[in-house]
Design a protein around this ligand. Structure first.
Ligand SMILES: Nc1ncnc2c1ncn2[C@@H]1O[C@H](COP(=O)(O)OP(=O)(O)OP(=O)(O)O)[C@@H](O)[C@H]1O
Length: 378
């Protein structure tokens, strides 16, 4: 029912092509993130699904239905935006009940008593007030706001307001939930707890969810699968682990997590042990990967580099050993991040920190060890 399929979708604004040949297949019940830098086309993709924009060409299917000719209000999509767009003069209950296509009766006279509003408005809908009350209160319970049903939304915190916005979208029982940067207005701590709230509710309800974000950590921690977009195109689709461990392009390696991206030349391939020898501007590396190109990029994640005291004897059978100098160390609690110089190259190294571990001070010479298998070539 709630699957979303996009085929060869292109969107032009005048001469400008905002979306180039987008293809997506989002499964029913999936939590799917559209991730990419500002202006890459995430919101436009979302707006085309919702029906607020019309693709220049291509097809969109929600469930079994092609939706081109179906107006936005009949596509059965629930929407949550960065700006909550709540009615500040209405209480929480009424904001959510309003979503059930109930028109507000008198904006200057907020009805604060639970049920009155619902009773009046249910006449229009032909539903019993109890139906509406039950429906709204059930959703408010989900988002842990039932205690605040009678409060004006203007009296709520940002996180609570965002939960009202979520409740308002969910009360419609949409086939698909579309969320566009819903957490951007919240502070760091709230964002973390809202991630969990949204993910838990999404899993409980099994609702197909498309989540737009430019924050890779948000996408990676919440989504079942992520589509990374750049300049109006989808560059890779995969699970968070697939994207992290197997980025297809340097753009993805850089955008998804932190990477050291080194320009290298392939100088030798050893069939016997399956290693490739790479030459950088001031170092040699071995990789367990192979690549056809001569000029390529070596991708090394910061946590895949081990920092050792300079006088450590290292067995070079399976690891690259490079010499480095600590430029800067940053203590981040569970980890220490080093900026290192290796020849002419600066690289980032993340090491785990536990009490008693010593931190290599700036200016110190160290050895860096990297397993061959951790040097990815693209
Ligand atoms: N109505 C419009 N008219 C003309 N150009 C538009 C219109 N809407 C979007 N665009 C352009 O299309 C491109 C994609 O915009 P979109 O809002 O989809 O990007 P985004 O990835 O959601 O960015 P952000 O993260 O900044 O919101 C941008 O270059 C934008 O300027």
């Amino acid at each position: 029912m709630g699957s979303v399929i996009i085929e060869n979708m292109t969107k032009q604004f005048g001469d400008f092509t905002a979306l180039h040949d987008i293809n997506l297949e989002i499964q029913e019940g999936e939590f799917f993130a559209l991730l990419g830098p500002s202006g890459c086309g995430k919101t436009t993709t979302m707006r085309c699904i919702a029906g607020f924009e019309h693709p220049t060409s291509g097809k969109i299917k929600i469930g079994e239905k092609e939706v081109e000719k179906i107006p936005a209000n009949r596509r059965n999509c629930g929407m949550v935006f960065q700006s909550y767009a709540l009615f500040p003069h209405m209480n929480v209950f009424d904001n959510v009940a309003y979503s059930l296509n109930i028109k507000q009766l008198n904006a200057s006279n907020p009805v604060k008593q639970l049920g009155i509003y619902a009773r009046l408005l249910s006449k229009r809908l032909g539903r019993t007030p109890k139906d509406i009350q039950e429906k709204v209160m059930k959703i408010l319970k989900y988002v842990e706001l039932e205690q605040h049903a009678m409060r004006l939304t203007s009296e709520l915190s940002g996180g609570q307001q965002q939960r009202v916005a979520l409740a308002r979208a969910l009360v419609m029982e949409p086939a698909v939930l579309l969320m566009d940067e819903p957490l951007s207005n919240l502070d760091q701590k709230l964002r973390h707890s809202m991630r969990n709230t949204i993910r838990t509710i999404q899993q409980d309800l099994g609702i197909t969810t498309i989540f737009v974000t430019h924050d890779q950590e948000e996408a990676m921690s919440m989504a079942d699968r992520v589509a990374v977009m750049d300049k109006g195109k989808i560059v890779q689709i995969g699970t968070p682990t697939e994207l992290y461990s197997n980025p297809l392009t340097p753009f993805i390696a850089d955008f998804v997590g932190t990477s050291n991206i080194l320009d290298i030349e392939v100088v030798d391939r050893k069939e016997s042990n399956g290693t490739t020898t790479l030459k950088g501007d001031s170092f040699l590396l071995q990789s367990a990967n192979t690549i056809e190109k001569k000029q390529a990029k070596a991708i090394i994640r910061p946590e895949h580099i081990q920092v050792l005291p300079y006088d450590t004897e290292v067995n070079k059978e399976e690891v690259n050993v490079l010499e480095g100098i600590v430029l800067m160390s940053t203590y981040l609690g569970p980890t220490v991040r080093y900026d290192m110089r290796v020849g002419n190259q600066e690289i980032i190294v993340d090491t785990t920190y536990s009490s008693g571990t010593s931190i290599f001070e700036e200016g110190r010479k160290v050895k860096l060890s990297i397993e061959y298998g951790r040097v990815l070539l693209i």
